[in-house]
Write a protein that binds this ligand. Sequence first.
Ligand SMILES: *[C@@H]1O[C@H](CO)[C@@H](O)[C@H](O)[C@H]1NC(C)=O
Ligand SMILES: *[C@@H]1O[C@H](CO)[C@@H](O)[C@H](O)[C@H]1NC(C)=O
Ligand SMILES: *[C@@H]1O[C@H](CO)[C@@H](O)[C@H](O)[C@H]1NC(C)=O
Ligand SMILES: [Cu+2]
Length: 638
Amino acid sequence: MRSSSSSSPSLAPSHPRLLPLFSLVLANALTVAAQQPTRHGVANTFEIVGNSGVSAQQMFLGRPGKIYILDKTENNPVQVNGHPAWAVEYDVETNQIRPLDVVTNSFCAGGGVAGDGTWLNLGGNQAVTWGGNTADSQTGGSAPYMDADGGKSIRFLTPCDDQTCNWVDDPTRYMTTRRWYPTLEGLPDGSLFILGGNKWGGFVNDADQNNPTYEFYPSQGEPVGLNILATTLPANLFPFTFLLPSGNIFIQTNWGAEVFDYKNNVEYPFPNIPHAVRTYPASAGNMMLPLTPDNNYQATMLFCGGSDLEPDQWVQDWAIAAYPADSTCVSITPDVSQTWSDDDSIFQGRSMGNMIGLPDLKVLLVNGANTGVAGYGNVSWAIGHSYADNPLRTPLMYDPTAPAGSRWTSNGMPESTVNRMYHSGALLLPDGSVFIAGSNPNPDYIVGTGVTYPWEDRTERFYPWYYDKHRPEPQGLPSKLTYGGPYFNVTLSATDLENSAANIKNTKAVVIRTGFSTHAFNMGQRVLQLRTTYTVAEDGNSAVLHVSQLPSNANIFQPGPAMLFITVNGVPSIAQWITVGSGAIETQPLLADSQLPDSYIPAAQDNSTTGGNTPNAAVHGASGVGAGALVFFAHRAL
Ligand SMILES: *[C@@H]1O[C@H](CO)[C@@H](O)[C@H](O)[C@H]1NC(C)=O
Ligand SMILES: *[C@@H]1O[C@H](CO)[C@@H](O)[C@H](O)[C@H]1NC(C)=O
Ligand SMILES: *[C@@H]1O[C@H](CO)[C@@H](O)[C@H](O)[C@H]1NC(C)=O
Ligand SMILES: [Cu+2]
C-alpha cells in the first residue's frame, strides 16, 4: 500500500507539452502506463488534433495508442505503394499516420475482433476507378487506384506498437459469398458471427442482390439462410446484432426484430421496432447499455433517432435530405421481455448519431444530422451528393440510471466546428476522451469551395466532464480477466480517493470494448461494471478495492482485447489494456464466480452520507451483488 504522501503532489512537470516525453521515460524506466492524460484537454470541449490522411469511414482502437482507420477506395492524398491509400495506422500520441495497403476495396466493410486479438475487416465492393465507377480490372490492374474486388474479402490485422503490422488480404481465406455492408458479432468462444449485406451495393438493398445468410469466422462451411434478412428489405444492410447473456443473438433490422438461437438455427420473431427505422440508411444511434451488478447483467439495447421511412419511400426520387430525422428512443431487454419501451427522446431528430459508452457508465451521442439519412448520390435534391443536411455538431449525454424524463442532457455540451455525417465514426480512448473522425458523403475525394459537405480528414477529440480532473492512479491492475475465478486487489491512495476514504463507496471497475466504428454504430461495443467490495485502512490514507473477475458466462462479455478503468465518483483512471478470456479462439474456461470479502470502512473514515451507515460503528458488509446472486435469464418461454 502507498501512503497519500507518496502520490501527491504529482511528480510530473506541470507544462502539458512536456508530459508525453516524461511519460515515455517513465514508461521505459518503470514499465507502467501513463497515469495522467498526456494530452492537455479542457473538459466539455472539442479539439481538432490532426489529420487522418484518408477519410475515417471505419475505425477501431487496436492498441492503447493505435487507431486503425479504413476508407473506401478513393483519391486520398496519402499514397501507398504508388497509389492512393485507403487505410492508415493513426498514432494517438503523435497524431501521425502510417499508410497501410489494404489491396481490395473495403467500401462499407464490417469489422470485429476475434478472441485471439486478430481484427477482421470484412466484405466491400468491386474494384473502382474515379467517382466510384466500376474499374475495368477487378484484380488490381486499373489505374489510378489499382484496387481489387473486395466483395468476399476477409482482411486480417494483428495490431502492433512497432509500426510493422499490415493488413493481410489472402484470397484463400475469403468468405463464401459477397457481402457489402455486413455485420460481425463476437461469440463466446472468440469466433465471429457474420451476417447480411448485399452483393453489388447501392443506397438500399433489394431482393435481386440480397445476401440473407450468415456464416462464421473461422469458417464452418457454406452460408445458412436467415429469414429476417429476407423479410426486412430494403433497409436491412448493416443489421444490428447483440449477443445476449442467454447466448442468443438479438437482431434488429429495418422495422423487424428477433431473437436468434444460432446454435440451433431457430428464429424467434419479436414485435417491430416502434416509431422509426434504425438501421442504415436511417442510421439511429444504438448500443447495449452498460451491464452492471445493479441490473443483474441483463442486456438492454437503446435505439435513438433514425428515420420513419416506409419500404417504398427509400426507392422513390424525392427530397429525402430535407426530411426530418426521428427523435424517439426505444429500448428492449430481450432476455426478459418482448416488449419495446419508449425511452426519453433526444430533443431533436438525429440520424447518424453515434453512441459511445464512457467509463462513468454514461452514453455519449455524437455526430449526425437533423434531416435526411445516410448515403449519397448524384440526384437533384442532394446537398452536393449528401442525402443528409443540417448537421448536428452538439453531442448529448445519456444517464441510464437517471429517472425517466431526465436521462438525456445537453448541459455543458460544446459545439464542434466540424460536420460529421455519412462515413464518420467515434471511439473511446484509454484516457477517457472520445476520438472522432471522418465524414465524406461523396463518391470520391471531393473538396473545395462550393462543396457544402466535403471529404473530411480532420481528427478531433471530445473531452468529457472528467477529462481535466486529477485521475485516480490505481495500483495492481491485471493484464487479463477470466470468466469467474479469484478476485484481485487494486490499491487506491488518499489522493486517488479525493482525500475522502468514503469515496471508495463510489469507486467502480469498468470494462469497455469500444468496438468497430462505422456507419454511426460500433459493432461489438460493450460496457460492463465488475462487482467490487473494499477495505479501507484504519488511517484512511489508502484503500483496497476487491474486484471480481467477469461473470462466469462468456456471452456477457466476449473474449478479446478490452480496456479496464477504475473510476472514483465517475472520474476514470487511464485504462489498463487487458485480454478478456484465454487469448485464443476456443471454448472459454468458466470458473466459479469470484467470492469477494465483505466491505470494511473504519467509522472514523466514513463521513459519507450516501451509505446509510451510522458514524459510530465500523461498517461491514458487501455493497455489490453477492456471488451466487447473479441471475441469468437464460431461457424464458419463447
Ligand atoms: C451527375 O449527373 C449529371 C447529370 O446527369 C452529370 O452531368 C454529372 O457528370 C454527374 N456527376 C457525377 C460526379 O457523376
Ligand atoms: C486483498 O486485500 C486484503 C486486505 O484488504 C487481503 O486480506 C487479501 O488477502 C488480499 N487478497 C489478494 C488476492 O491479494
Ligand atoms: C468527507 O471528508 C472529506 C475531507 O474532509 C471532505 O473532502 C468530503 O467532502 C467529506 N465527504 C462528505 C460526504 O461529507
Ligand atoms: Cu457506407
